[in-house]
Design a protein around this ligand. Structure first.
Ligand code: FAD
Length: 318
């Protein structure tokens, strides 16, 4: 079922959803099921599976020369979505990125997803890979999420890349996109970032999932600004608990977001690791309860494949 249909059927009740990562290469699907088993009991409306493109690693040979190898550490997004739908009968949503894909690769991936009965796709540009300073699109690929949305929207209208194809099947994907309450890191300002968000909506996006935030006021202001710009589709807050001292610096560094002063002070005063985890989980529970009161359509939890924390939060909130 489409995300928009889940939201419509809920009639104003806040739903619960999850994002997981594919397991590291070498692990089996039981690893994913082990993460999901306790969470699926709580009846998530849908489960997102992230996409991880290849990275380059350098290996030194006996003669001292370095060889560049291309590796994908977490392959399997599409197959994991199929396995989740098959095993749990819960909608699984693959993330589909521009990076590393030509338009032809994207079309083939969408054909596979359509055959597998996947109804939703979260469309993203993807980040630059570690060896690149800024995002470099494939030669025959897309430079921005909006271009990829346009390709999916065209397939939804029955138009494939080869315009000589006859009697084509129109796909019917519900398209989700990313939104950034604290702006995307490359954007010169929030207004310009939101201008491009509006473009994604005008091209066919039907719902937005936000980057994580720890201060609900950021979400409230973002939703208000979206509505003023006639971005009227559901805006799903993405959240996660802070659970380690290290994350006080890694979260702002990796996700380009601020952590509220009150949270940071509490974490710094905590006596040990367990106390920090408790503070982070309690913060996330309070954040979730407020977002629910505010009428957020879905609370989307970035589990980082840690089911125990998410299970505790979801049990306290739903
Ligand atoms: P875009 O919407 O293309 O925007 C990228 C930047 O370009 C922004 O600064 C925007 O303002 C600007 N821009 C957009 N259009 C134009 C234009 N026409 N001209 C000039 N500037 C423009 N990454 C992964 O690799 N795999 C994942 O599974 C994944 N899942 C994610 C899930 C969520 C909910 C979120 C919030 C992020 C996720 N990411 C993932 C990270 C994401 O790929 C990065 O944040 C990436 O840098 C931007 O992706 P985007 O889709 O927002 O890009």
């Amino acid at each position: 079922m489409k995300v928009t249909e889940h939201i419509a059927q809920a009639k104003g009740k806040t739903l619960f959803s999850l994002e997981i990562l594919p397991p590291m290469k070498g692990q089996d699907i039981q690893c994913t099921f082990k993460t999901l088993d306790p969470l699926v009991d709580l009846k998530p409306a849908f489960i997102d599976v992230t996409y991880h493109r290849q990275e380059y690693v350098y290996k030194q040979h006996d003669n001292g020369l370095l060889k560049r190898n291309s590796v994908r550490k977490r392959p399997g997004t599409v197959a994991i979505c199929a396995a989740i739908q098959n095993h749990y009968k819960v909608d699984a949503i693959p993330h589909l990125i521009c990076g590393g894909f030509t338009k032809e690769n994207t079309e083939d991936a969408l054909i596979d997803l359509n055959f597998l009965g996947i109804d939703n796709v979260l469309i993203l540009r993807g980040d630059p890979i570690k060896s690149e300073k800024s995002f470099v699109p494939e030669k025959e690929g897309h430079a921005f999420a909006s271009e990829l949305i346009d390709q999916v929207a065209k397939m939804n209208a029955g138009h494939y890349l080869d315009d000589e194809l006859q009697d084509t099947n129109a796909t019917d994907f519900c398209i989700g996109v990313a939104g950034y309450p604290e702006k995307h890191f490359e954007s010169p300002n929030l207004s310009m970032d939101m201008h491009f968000l509006k473009k994604k909506v005008d091209l066919g996006a039907e719902y937005i999932v936000t980057q994580m935030f720890f201060d609900n006021q950021k979400y409230i202001d973002f939703v208000k600004k979206c509505r003023e710009m006639e971005i009227l589709i559901p805006i799903i807050p993405g959240i996660k608990p802070l659970t380690t001292l290290n994350q006080l610096t890694t979260i702002p560094k990796n996700f380009y977001i601020d952590l509220p002063e009150a949270l940071a002070i509490e974490v710094m005063k905590a006596k040990d690791r367990e106390a920090i985890k408790e503070i982070g989980i309690e913060w996330c529970i309070e954040q979730s309860k407020e977002l629910k009161r505010l009428g957020a359509p879905v609370l989307h939890y970035y589990t980082m494949s840690n089911s125990i924390n998410t299970q505790r939060i979801a049990k306290a909130v739903f």
